[in-house]
Design a protein around this ligand. Structure first.
Ligand SMILES: C[S@@+](CC[C@H](N)C(=O)[O-])C[C@H]1O[C@@H](n2cnc3c(N)ncnc32)[C@H](O)[C@@H]1O
Length: 365
């Protein structure tokens, strides 16, 4: 018991208490007849301690771990989802705090709504207000997505945001968890439900096609979400990002030379092969035009000065994910290289290109 307590970072008293209330009962015996933890007990204890660390009360933990032996992988998936949600909320809160600090430093007033709004915000509730400034349908990328939708008449758009890329000549239903994003959908846009990809409120095969554009990397469980799209639709079209290619961070000068921290943002992101495999998809490359009209992270590969603009960066979640210090360092360094001509020298070959393959991929299943 002492060794288990030490490994788990709790006191022996806590373990005794869990034993008394029946939460984790050591079921094995030492040769001398003392109670000891079996491998299954340790697995259960790990779940209990992890849920406790997430702030759940003992009664809730008892419900979460349930009776008897539940699949350990299922528990780990649930824990992972809870942790990612927490991280998402922490990012949202940090971003709201930074904005409030900035406003206070400038002597601006912060309304009670704004003060309370930071609590419980999701990332896109915090940063979504800046989205419409630069994010819109890029016609050449849209043509590729709509082509992949084939002859689908009914289309579900998951992680729909403000409605970019929704085809106007089909019957679209949208799903979007962020209230801030839903509120910014233009009048006359497709009807939009509040839901996440991982649990879609539709029966199997409800749509001819389901699409998801630039959103999978925000999902708590991308593979579960993709399977949901597959469940509710006969065809699935997903615009996502390839991290399988060796040396992928070097594909784009911004991540290679200024923002290596981008790899950390995508550290948990599933492989392209894994995502494709989950829904039986093929992947096609989505070139980014040099004058891309959707201000996504890769949009300004031939217009580097755009990344120096605050409103351009605020519509790209990556900058919030890496945090203000990394952002400031990257922007300062890029600004210096643009002024000195070092950027132009290093990226001379880009001036010749009209499109670039920066890792955007369309999964079509
Ligand atoms: C970069 S925006 C993309 C929006 C839109 N598809 C577009 O192309 O403009 C990402 C969106 O994913 C949404 N999102 C975050 N978590 C999600 C989840 N679990 N399920 C579905 N959408 C989610 C965000 O709220 C946000 O609106």
């Amino acid at each position: 018991m002492g060794r288990v307590a030490e490994l788990g970072g709790v006191s022996v008293r806590t373990l005794h208490h869990y034993d008394e209330i029946g939460l984790v009962r050591p079921s094995a015996r030492t040769p001398a007849g003392y109670r000891a933890y079996s491998a299954a007990d340790v697995e259960r204890l790990r779940e209990v301690l992890a849920y406790r660390r997430l702030g759940f009360g003992l009664r809730e933990v008892a419900e979460l771990v349930g009776e008897g032996s539940t699949d350990a992988a299922a528990h780990l998936h649930r824990l992972r989802g809870l942790l990612l949600e927490r991280r998402d909320r922490a990012d949202a809160m940090i971003s709201a705090i930074d904005r409030e600090l900035d406003a206070r430093a400038k002597g601006e007033t912060v309304t009670p709504e704004e003060q309370l709004g930071m609590l419980g915000a999701r990332l896109y509730d915090a940063i979504g207000g800046a989205y419409p400034a630069t994010r819109r349908t890029e016609p050449r990328i849209a043509a590729q997505i709509w082509d992949a939708l084939g002859d689908a008449r009914t289309v579900l758009n998951v992680g729909a945001g403000t409605g970019s890329y929704e085809p106007l000549d089909r019957e679209v239903t949208a799903v979007e968890p962020s209230a801030v994003m839903r509120a910014q959908r233009p009048a006359g846009a497709a009807p939009c439900l509040a839901a996440g990809a991982e649990s879609l409120p539709f029966a199997d095969g409800s749509f001819d096609a389901a699409m998801a554009v630039s959103t999978v990397h925000h999902w708590q469980d991308p593979i579960a979400g993709l399977r949901e799209l597959r469940r509710v639709a006969r065809r699935v079209v997903v615009l996502t990002f390839d991290t399988d290619e060796p040396g992928w961070p070097d594909r784009f000068w911004l991540t290679r030379d200024y923002l290596p921290e981008f790899t950390g943002v995508l550290a948990d992101f599933p492989s392209l092969a894994g995502m494709a495999g989950a829904i039986g998809a093929r992947a096609e490359s989505v070139p980014v035009p040099w004058d891309c009209t959707d201000g996504l992270f890769e949009a300004y590969w031939r217009r580097p000065g755009a990344y120096l603009q605050e409103h351009v960066r605020r519509a790209m979640s990556v900058w919030t994910r890496v945090g203000p210090e990394v952002e400031q360092r990257a922007v300062r360094s890029l600004g210096e290289d643009l002024a000195s001509g070092r950027w132009a020298e290093r990226n001379r070959d880009l001036a010749e290109l009209d499109t670039a393959d920066l890792g955007l991929r369309l999964l079509v299943a």
